[in-house]
Ligand binder design. Structure first.
Ligand SMILES: [Zn+2]
Length: 506
């Protein structure tokens, strides 16, 4: 140690798994998001909107010494290769071991990662951190869609979540985590946690915290609990919906100052509120044909078509051509912008050059389980390297990489064809491709919630019902692991309790 400042180790390992997705994640996937180690965690992320930037800012404000380990976000997909997870875990643990002794540890995790050989890799990581660090306080922040497990809670001093969906508060989450950690180290507070989990899952497209409904009410409930001083933190985790795991459900995690009974009672109250509002956590899903027809019945433009089933940010492949197929039938004369991941079509288009004519089939090349390719004939309008900078959200300030990409004009549709899937925030990708979204009659977005902010100016938004690994039509997916009653597959006036933590209490 070179001085007597409080030493805080920080790190981040984020990835959202999806049991129904064929998209595989390896180390390259994480590098395309961000993957930095040591002092590059500070240099690479301090000006971003990530949790690490918030943590760095809070540590500096408090005069604490920052000990960076490893920080990465691989976005979302199916499962992470065991080799990639082992490399990330070893990288973080090795740097943590070298940094000891520290006074506290802050880790930003997603909380819903799936690996080849592990359904709870975050629990595994936290157990390893605890083994290395002993009794040092460990504060963990998770994505609001975390699959919070007993093993994670067993090995954390306190666990908090993003408060907002869309996730526009990652920076503030890092700040809150560090504030709680520093107060714990100082002895000003003594965090005690409780979790209550329901056997209930909800389509994220219906779970916004900034639109009227039960999730926004829950957001306000939690802030009121904190403001009254009843809890240090009250968090809700309406879980990544597409985890085909017995233990996946909607959780509330409450951290109080030394009062375990109060934490349990508050967590119970919060999941009770969710259960009471369960029927109101829904949005209408419209068939592609009806969505185009509704759009054509008005002069309003653009009409935002949300194809959430194919959202890469929820783990889907981003390769659906379902709305391109529907457009050619239902609205062929209307300008439309959309994205499709199809590396072969990109290669073909780049070989033919700008202005070149290409034809063949497009779409459903990555995850053929959810649709058949569409036959097309198009003209190459633009060729780009596929990078852009996110202007906000959980990757705010980070560079995106869609891989080599082209814009294909197919009829009246401008299709941004990319080599890789990418997290969709607002319209940064369309801007990078030279597509003017305001000139369109239809804009296809492939995310569950960010569009509500990004296209708040658009006169109409329609959530379209297509097939995909992130379908809001949860009943359509091939669940295999579910062995108990779970909303919305079953329903009851009494909540389906799934798990309590500490075990057996409550
Ligand atoms: Zn999330």
């Amino acid at each position: 140690m070179t001085d007597d400042r409080t030493r805080i180790a920080i790190g981040a390992v984020l990835f959202e798994g999806n049991s129904f997705s064929a998209v595989r994640a390896d180390l390259e996937t994480f590098k395309r998001g961000y993957l930095v180690t040591g002092s590059d965690v500070i240099g690479g992320l301090e000006h971003s909107a990530t949790e690490m930037a918030g943590a760095i800012s809070a540590c500096r404000a408090a005069g604490a010494e920052i000990v960076p380990t490893l920080a990465t976000h691989g976005g979302a997909g199916g499962r992470v290769s065991a080799a990639a997870f082992d490399t990330l875990k070893a990288g973080l643990l090795g740097r943590l071991r070298d940094a000891l002794p520290v006074d506290g540890i802050y880790l930003a995790l997603h909380g819903a990662m799936l690996c080849d050989d592990a359904d709870d890799p975050e629990g595994d990581l936290l157990a390893a951190v605890r083994r290395i660090a002993g009794s040092v306080p460990v504060v963990v922040s998770c994505d609001l869609h975390a699959h919070v497990t007993a093993r994670m809670l067993d090995n954390a001093t306190a666990l908090i979540g993003y408060q907002h969906y869309p996730h526009e508060d990652t920076f503030e989450t890092g700040q809150r985590a560090i504030d709680l950690l520093l107060r714990t180290i100082d002895g000003a507070v003594r965090p005690v946690m409780a979790m209550r989990k329901l056997a209930a899952i909800f389509p994220p497209v219906a779970c916004g915290t900034m639109v009227p409904g039960p999730m926004r009410d829950l957001y306000h409930d939690c802030r009121a609990i904190e403001a009254r001083g009843e809890a240090l933190s009250a968090s809700y985790f309406p879980v990544q919906a597409w985890l085909d795991l017995q233990a996946a459900g909607t959780a509330a995690v409450v951290v109080t100052d030394g009062d375990g009974a109060a934490a349990q009672a508050l967590a119970e109250r919060l999941v009770g509120r969710i259960w009471a509002g369960r029927h109101d956590i829904a949005v209408p899903l419209v068939s592609p044909a009806d969505a185009f027809s509704a759009g054509l019945s008005t002069d309003d433009a653009p009409i935002v078509l949300c194809e959430c089933a194919d959202a890469p940010g929820a783990g889907a492949a981003g390769d659906s051509a379902a709305l391109l197929r529907a457009h050619t039938v239902a609205a062929p004369r209307s300008p439309m912008a959309m994205t499709i991941v199809d590396p072969q079509v990109v290669i073909q288009g780049r070989e033919s050059g700008i202005g070149g004519c290409v034809s063949g089939v497009i779409g459903h090349a990555i995850d053929p389980a959810f649709g058949a390719p569409v036959r097309y004939r198009g003209t190459v309008r633009t060729i780009i390297d596929g990078t852009f900078d996110y202007r906000g959200g959980l990757f705010g300030g980070v560079r995106a990489d869609m891989g080599p990409s082209i814009v294909l004009r197919i009829g009246e549709a401008d299709v941004l064809v990319t080599s890789k899937s990418f997290y969709e925030h607002h319209d940064e990708h369309f801007i990078a491709a030279g597509i003017d979204v305001r000139a369109q009659k239809f804009i296809v977005v492939k995310n569950h919630m960010n569009f509500r902010n990004g296209y708040a100016w658009a006169p109409r938004m329609i959530v379209v019902d297509t097939a995909g690994a992130a379908s809001a039509n949860l009943r359509d997916l091939p669940w295999t692991a579910r062995d108990r009653r779970c909303f919305p597959f079953e329903d009851s006036p009494e909540p389906y309790g799934l798990e309590t933590w500490p075990a057996g209490e409550g």
